[in-house]
Structure formats: structure tokens, C-alpha cells
Design a protein around this ligand. Structure first.
Ligand code: AMP
Ligand code: MG
Length: 443
């Protein structure tokens, strides 16, 4: 793929499509060269947020035998005998606990007391829940009999069937799943102690700009602390990837080239911030174009209009060394601190996941009423920072965090969502539905 820099700007959707196609191509290259993405086997307890490398097949039926879904009484519901005045009467002949089954045979007019999870006795197919019992009668022989309305339960109710959750050999968790707590529990329920997961991809980060200072240095006039590297470290930590921190590089072609080359040797992905906006793009372009196939794009979005991405090729001498590796995916994000985070969430996050073999990469969007009028000019997709709140009636409303400048990092810190306003959208009125991407996920 040759990434020519277009003259007109790209839409957000088109940008995602191009990046995704690029990664499909890189993954194909990895497959041909190395026989596939690398994976490792790890203990189940360390697997959260890792990406499952192969389909996990169920080694058994789940549940492995029919059992009761309720506390109640198990009986042969299929035996169709006349009820007396609409009531069914059964003799209680035993008890089954989870882990301590009832091993006897039941007659047509008999039942046992059964706890949730206990095995269904042979021949029994129905459980009448405890709370639907009319009466328990003790007769002269000190036998207990159960009385309940015949229509209080249908045949087969309140029984969990062998294999109803998963059948032996069925895919329990598909390859490409970003493992969640529920997946760990599911694997454990199948007796599985280790999982095959994708190796963590290595992501190098670099900040570029003469004005940037490292933490601990004094700030002279006109300089700013390098915050982008820390936002990126946070974002990458959430994705559970390996981070290679390459520090700050000056706006100098020699220094930039040296830093980029060093990073590509070690990393599967290089993310830089700064140096791609109009004033500086030519300079970075010159360096990058010697190193690979990189496009400099104008994206119809706000914030985050300029962005570079493409692939950096291994240098000729490095290509033959034992360290020879595949192409490095490159993202040159804009320098503004909010733009870095927005472009990361909108493009880089999904790209890293796809590169690492994940199948679900999209961020879910929900619709929420706007609690305020929002000014918006048609033309670019805007990612405004918002705060969703719930009122006492449970109704969600979203407001912006106020001033939306691309350098106002506090807006990201205070926000709990992006308000996504599509390119063609104009002004928003109070009460209009808007699309929202929530930052925090439950699972
Ligand atoms: P640039 O894209 O290099 O023109 O930078 C745009 C704005 O973002 C400028 O105000 C930069 O000072 C600021 N900026 C660039 N990189 C960083 C960084 N790593 N941390 C904080 N601010 C930055
Ligand atoms: Mg700069």
C-alpha cells in the first residue's frame, strides 16, 4: 500500500478503514514470515486484558449432569396422573444436596427435597420451587407429604440440563477475545489453569519538540513539561502492552532520524507526538520518508486534524541482523495534549488491538440527551469532552466540560465521555440526542 498524502481531508471513518487495511497487510506479512502472531502460555490468574490466541474448547459438558436450578422438590413431572381438586400430592422420600446426591429410585407419587445445584435423581425431570408449595402434611406414620397446585409448575421446569450451557468440544471463548474477568471465571469453571495468549506487542513512544522539558527539569520561559508521554503511558498501560519509553527528541533531523531508527529496531509500533502540524510537517516528513512509507494526513476532525501514519521499514543493515524484524507501524500524533488522547482513542487503540489479534476493537457508542446547547459547525467530526450524569429518575444527561481547546488537558481529566458530533452535524439544542463514548467500562 502506498500512502500518498491526499490534498483533501479524510473523514474519521475513512481514516479508520485505511489504518485497518494497513494492519491486515502487516499481520499477513507476519503470518508469512513467522507463521503467525506470537503467543505464550500463561497462568489463568494473569490473563485479564490479554488476547486469547486460540479458540478455547470446552473439555466437558457444562453442567456435566442434569441438576436443580432452584431450592424445592424434584419429582417425575412427566407422569401424568390426575390431580385431586387441582392439587398434586407427593410423598417426600429423601433429600439431595449440591455435592451429595440422592441415589435411590422415586415412584410416581414420590419426590425428594432438592437444593440448587444438586443432581436430579434418576427419572426426575421437574422441580417445584419451595415457595410454590401449598402445604407439607405429616401423616400418622410420620411421613411427610407435599401439596401444591398442579398448574404451579410445568414438566421440565427448574432443571438445568446436562450441556445446556456448553457442550463438549464447543467453543467456550473464541480466539481474539480480550479476556475479561468473566472469561477467567468461565475458563476456571472448565478446569482450565493456563491460557494461550498473544505476546504483548512492544510500543515505543517519543515526544518531539524543542520546547519540551522532562519532569524534574526547570521550566524556562516558553518551555512546557512533556505531558504526552505520560498520557500515552497511561493509555498503553490500560491496554496491557509493553511500553518502550524513548523520551524526548529535539526538532532536529539528525536527532529525529536516530531516535526513530533506534525505536523501530526494538518496537512493533512507534508512536510519536508533536511535529506533524503545518509549520513542522515538512521537516518530519523529510526524515520519515527516508525510513518508510508514511502518509501525512489532514483528518476532518476536531481536535486532531494533522496525523501521520504508515509503516517504517527495517534499515538495510538491520534487515540481515539477527534482530531483523517486521515493519514497524508508525503513528505521528499531533502535539496538542488533548489531540493526542483523542487520536489515540479514535485510531491508535483499535489499531494496536487489531495488530495484536483482537477481534473486537470498536468502542461502544450510546445516545444521551444533551443538557446544554452546543455550538458546532458542519464539516468536521468533533470529539468534545463531556460529563454524563444520571438524575434521580435515572435519566442520563450529558454536558460539555466547558472550553474545548485542544491544549486544555483538564477537559480530558474532568470528562467521563466523548460527545461525538458527526461531521455534517450543526448546532445542538438542549434535549437533542447526541452520541457518547463512555470512558469507563464495567467489565
Ligand atoms: P506541535 O504538534 O508539535 O506543533 O505541538 C502542538 C502543541 O502541543 C504545542 O503547543 C506544543 O508545545 C504542544 N506539545 C507538543 N508535544 C507536547 C508534549 N509532549 N507534551 C505537552 N505538550 C506538547
Ligand atoms: Mg512541535
Amino acid at each position: 500500500m502506498t500512502l500518498n498524502t491526499p490534498t483533501s481531508s479524510l473523514s474519521v471513518i475513512e481514516t479508520r478503514r485505511i489504518i485497518s487495511a494497513l494492519i491486515t497487510q502487516i499481520n499477513e506479512e507476519v503470518r508469512t514470515k513467522n507463521g503467525g502472531l506470537q503467543s505464550e502460555t500463561i497462568a489463568l490468574e494473569n490473563a485479564v486484558n490479554r488476547i486469547l490466541a486460540e479458540d478455547l474448547l470446552s473439555p466437558m459438558h457444562v453442567p456435566n449432569a442434569d441438576n436443580s436450578a432452584m431450592d424445592g422438590y424434584a419429582f417425575q413431572g412427566h407422569v401424568n396422573e390426575a390431580a385431586h381438586a387441582g392439587q398434586k400430592k407427593l410423598k417426600i422420600v429423601g433429600t439431595a444436596f449440591a455435592g451429595k446426591p440422592f441415589l435411590g429410585q422415586l415412584g410416581a407419587h414420590e419426590c425428594i427435597k432438592i437444593m440448587t445445584g444438586a443432581l436430579m435423581p434418576a427419572g426426575c425431570d421437574t422441580v417445584i420451587p419451595q415457595e410454590r408449595i401449598t402445604e407439607i402434611i405429616s401423616n400418622a406414620a410420620h411421613e411427610n407429604e407435599l401439596l401444591f397446585p398442579a398448574n404451579a409448575v410445568r414438566v421440565g421446569e427448574n432443571r438445568r440440563l446436562r450441556g445446556e450451557d456448553l457442550r463438549l468440544g464447543q467453543v467456550a471463548i473464541p480466539a481474539g477475545r480480550i479476556l475479561r474477568p468473566s472469561d477467567l471465571g468461565l475458563a476456571a469453571s472448565l478446569g482450565i489453569k493456563t491460557l494461550s495468549v498473544r505476546n504483548k506487542i512492544r510500543v515505543a513512544i517519543i515526544s518531539s519538540g524543542n520546547e519540551l522539558r522532562s519532569l524534574g527539569q526547570a521550566l524556562d520561559t516558553g518551555s512546557v513539561y512533556d505531558s504526552n508521554r505520560y498520557s500515552l503511558i497511561g493509555l498503553l498501560t490500560r491496554l496491557n502492552l509493553e511500553i518502550i519509553d524513548c523520551g524526548i527528541v529535539q526538532d532536529d533531523p539528525v536527532a529525529l532520524k536516530k531516535a526513530f531508527c533506534a525505536a523501530t529496531l526494538k518496537a512493533d509500533v512507534l508512536i510519536s507526538s508533536g511535529g506533524v502540524s503545518v509549520g513542522e510537517a515538512d521537516f518530519t516528513k523529510q526524515v520519515l520518508q527516508e525510513l518508510g512509507d508514511i502518509g501525512f494526513w489532514q483528518i476532518a476532525m476536531r481536535p486532531g486534524r494533522p496525523m501521520a501514519f504508515g509503516v517504517l521499514k527495517p534499515l538495510a543493515d538491520a534487515a540481515n541482523s539477527p534482530e531483523a524484524k517486521n515493519s514497524t507501524l508508525f503513528f505521528g500524533l499531533p502535539g496538542n495534549p488533548v489531540a493526542v488522547m483523542v487520536t489515540f482513542y479514535q485510531f491508535v487503540r483499535a489499531a494496536l488491538l487489531q495488530l495484536n489479534g483482537a477481534t473486537q476493537t470498536a468502542v461502544p457508542t450510546i445516545q444521551v440527551r444533551s443538557g446544554e446547547a452546543i455550538r458546532k459547525k458542519p464539516g468536521r467530526t468533533e470529539f468534545q469532552r463531556g460529563i454524563v450524569t444520571l438524575d434521580d429518575a435515572g435519566q442520563a444527561t450529558v454536558r460539555t466540560t466547558g472550553s474545548q481547546g485542544a491544549g486544555i488537558l483538564r477537559s480530558m481529566s474532568e470528562a467521563n465521555c466523548f460527545i461525538v458530533l458527526p461531521a455534517e452535524q450543526g448546532n445542538i439544542q438542549v434535549g437533542d440526542l447526541v452520541n457518547v463514548e463512555i470512558f469507563e467500562g464495567l467489565l
